[in-house]
Design a protein around this ligand. Structure first.
Ligand code: GYE
Length: 350
């Protein structure tokens, strides 16, 4: 730990000197090596700062879920870039949506004796054993984006991410207000729901968030609900089947924008107007959703920011300096519809 303290202090000095001189400090380019996975499934990428940089002694293992959505890709990029800029060594593993791959990656991180493990759990349950192993190895654990169902908060340093129940509630409130403004506040409203990955925290919580609001509005009914696994392709096929099976659909609530965008393709193919014949509410606020809102084909997206890299580096620096982290690192988020999407579109980086 003494060594880490020296590294952190040295870095702080360099940065404050740079700030005084008005100069910009950029880390030297990182080198990347990609190793073939033992099981032939996913791949492990190691990004290391140039030799001689002491920060490179800090090894971070990051187990990512996959690349199922624009959100996830932006999240991976944000973390890879920030960790490389900080000069830490990153061992990155893409689990391709499979819990068993994540468990394998986490065990590899323990064997490799990494300094910190950052981990985004694909589903909420089934982590007790491997997390106990991480705790026994005394490797600090940072939960990224999704939570587990393990009770208590001693087993991790901080949870960095969004409040998914609140996101579902924001979507519900927006919908009720929008329908009132449209003069449809008392109509019977039929909703279809595209759920995220079964058993994942955002799917569970975004579903309950919407229901928390709708329980006070008896004229709203969720008539069909099915997973589209957070992907555009499945969003499209599940929407196709909703359009066949349901007599009346007023609203689509999608647990992420990728599925909403896939559904928009299905709605158009069925000869209907997305955004008019069917009101569409998504979550994430990815660039393509902004474009759809501006084009009048989607109505609202609740922001869930994937840009967690800078805060992760901040937390790692604090941990290495021996500080205790707050159990929750919150992200700042908003909501976008036809009233503000166009103005925000040029600022979107994902
Ligand atoms: O909304 C979705 C992604 O866990 C918040 O996962 C994340 C979700 C995000 O694939 O697009």
């Amino acid at each position: 730990m003494k060594k880490f303290l020296t590294v952190v202090l040295a870095l702080a000095m360099v940065l404050s000197l740079a700030a005084c001189g008005g100069a910009e400090t950029t880390a030297a380019p990182a080198s990347t090596t990609t190793a073939a996975p033992a099981d032939g499934g996913d791949e492990t990428t190691t990004t290391a700062a140039p030799e001689g940089g002491d920060a490179a002694d800090i090894v971070v293992g990051f187990s990512q879920i996959g690349a199922e959505s624009d959100w996830r890709v932006a999240n991976t990029n944000s973390i890879k870039t920030s960790v490389a800029d900080a000069g830490f060594t990153l061992i990155f593993d893409d689990a391709q949506q499979k819990q068993e791959n994540q468990i394998k990656a986490l065990r590899n991180f323990i064997t490799q004796g990494v300094d910190v493990i950052a981990f985004s759990p694909v589903v909420e349950s089934g982590w007790d054993e491997v997390i106990e192993e991480i705790n026994d190895a005394e490797i600090p654990l940072i939960l990224i984006d999704r939570a587990t169902d393990i009770e208590g908060d001693e087993y991790y340093e901080t949870f960095m991410g969004s409040d998914f129940v609140e996101e579902g509630e924001k979507a519900g409130k927006w919908l009720v207000e929008f329908m009132e403004k449209e003069g449809r506040g008392d109509e019977d409203i039929k909703i279809v729901e595209l759920e995220g990955t079964v058993g994942s925290a955002p799917a569970n919580d975004r579903a309950s968030g919407l229901r928390n609001i709708l329980k006070d509005h008896a004229n709203y009914e969720i008539v069909a609900s099915q997973t589209g696994n957070f992907t555009r392709a499945e969003g499209q096929t599940v929407m196709e089947s909703f359009l066949k099976s349901e007599d009346k659909i007023d609203v689509l609530y999608a647990h992420n924008d990728d599925m909403a965008l896939g559904a928009i393709d299905a709605i158009k193919a069925a000869g209907l107007k997305p955004g008019e014949d069917i009101i569409i509410v998504g979550v994430d606020a990815v660039k393509k959703a902004f474009e759809a809102i501006v084009a009048g084909e989607m109505n609202c997206t609740v922001e869930c920011s994937p840009l967690l890299g800078p805060q992760l580096v901040d937390n790692i620096n604090k941990l290495m300096a021996g500080e205790t982290l707050d159990k929750r690192t919150n992200t700042i988020e908003s909501l976008y519809d036809a009233t503000n999407a166009e103005a925000e579109l040029p600022n979107r980086v994902y």
